[in-house]
Ligand binder design. Structure first.
Ligand code: HEM
Length: 294
């Protein structure tokens, strides 16, 4: 939340907004999902008052932040990018309401997703000491004890392979599209308006494309092996025009997170992992023992 908050609001002026996001957005995500999946009368239950209060608090903070900015100054954060953006055809800017909605979308879409992948990466590395050792060796060689920066990402190639492998194994079960025009998909004729549900996870674990898909193997992401993958079989961030807008940001966050952790700590599994299955596998309790590296 802090990562996305700082990218959105900057670090100094945005401090209060980041604090509020840490407090409100997890509630908005959890209660929002409950609300979407429940019948209409549920909206009157007390649980929804908490959702409404959290949304109202966050909305107020974002509007306050926008009010404090003049329309033409670039503060070098994502909020400025949104406020200054112009429609390519009409040249118009977004309304403040639209900018607010974009901010809420980025805060809700860009936090738990990345945190889950970082958590599962720590889990897999805890269970594969040989892989963890290679990550540590790479991090030591590239960073030599200094903090990781964005420019280090290309050199942290093996750590990037680990992240790809975690994204492959811990993907969403379903994504959806609505057909706009009639088309034949294999033996099935789709009509306009038909809902299509497809599964990134099923593609990512299909033995036609992956050797031993159940095995955690970051070496399947070497440049040569990636070249032999058919297009479209790896879609952890979706694909096409609605592909995740934060995919590069998310990858950078996870690689930087792992490099920071593995430069200083050893993680060892410390008990059974509890998992809650929603549209993705969420760890609910992933105990690990953390020891400083010698
Ligand atoms: C590892 C972390 C992440 C994963 C696995 C992930 C995955 C996804 C997926 C599967 C979609 C749907 C794509 C589709 O329907 O084709 C999506 C959409 C989206 N994601 Fe992410 N995401 C991650 C991180 C982020 C971050 C960090 C941000 C922003 C800061 C973000 C913002 C969005 C937004 C705004 C959309 C909607 C895009 C649209 O409909 O045009 N995501 N993401």
């Amino acid at each position: 939340m802090t990562n996305v908050g700082e990218a959105l609001f900057g670090t100094e002026l945005g401090e209060e907004a980041i604090r509020e996001a840490r407090r409100s957005i997890p509630l908005v995500i959890r209660l929002g999902m409950y609300r979407v999946l429940s019948p209409g009368w549920v909206e009157k239950l007390p649980v929804n008052r908490r959702f409404d209060q959290a949304t109202a608090r966050m909305t107020a903070v974002v509007h306050e932040l926008m009010a404090g900015r003049d329309a033409d100054t670039d503060h070098g954060d994502l909020l400025s990018t949104l406020l200054l953006a112009r429609d390519a055809e009409t040249g118009e800017r977004m309304t403040r309401e639209q900018v607010h909605d974009e901010v809420m979308t980025l805060l809700t879409a860009g936090t738990e997703t990345t945190a889950l992948i970082l958590a599962w990466a720590c889990h897999e590395l805890g269970h594969h000491p040989g892989v963890a050792e290679r990550v540590r060796a790479e991090v030591d060689e590239v960073l030599g004890g200094r903090p990781v920066t964005f420019d280090d990402l290309p050199a942290l190639a093996y750590t990037g392979q680990v992240v790809s492998e975690v994204l492959r194994m811990y993907s969403l079960w379903i994504l959806m599209r609505r057909t706009e025009q009639e088309l034949d998909l294999g033996p099935v004729r789709l009509r306009p308006g038909d809902e299509v549900v497809f599964s990134p996870l099923a593609l990512h674990t299909d033995p036609r494309y992956w050797d031993h898909p159940e095995v955690f193997d970051p070496d399947r992401w070497t440049t040569e092996r990636v070249r032999s993958l058919p297009p479209g079989v790896f879609i952890p961030f979706g694909n096409g025009i609605r592909q995740c807008i934060g995919h590069l940001f998310a990858r950078a966050e996870v690689v930087i997170g792992l490099a920071t952790i593995f430069a200083r700590w050893r993680l060892e599994p410390a008990g059974p992992v509890r998992v809650r299955y929603t549209t993705i596998a969420c760890p609910r309790g992933l105990p690990m023992t953390v020891r400083p590296r010698d």
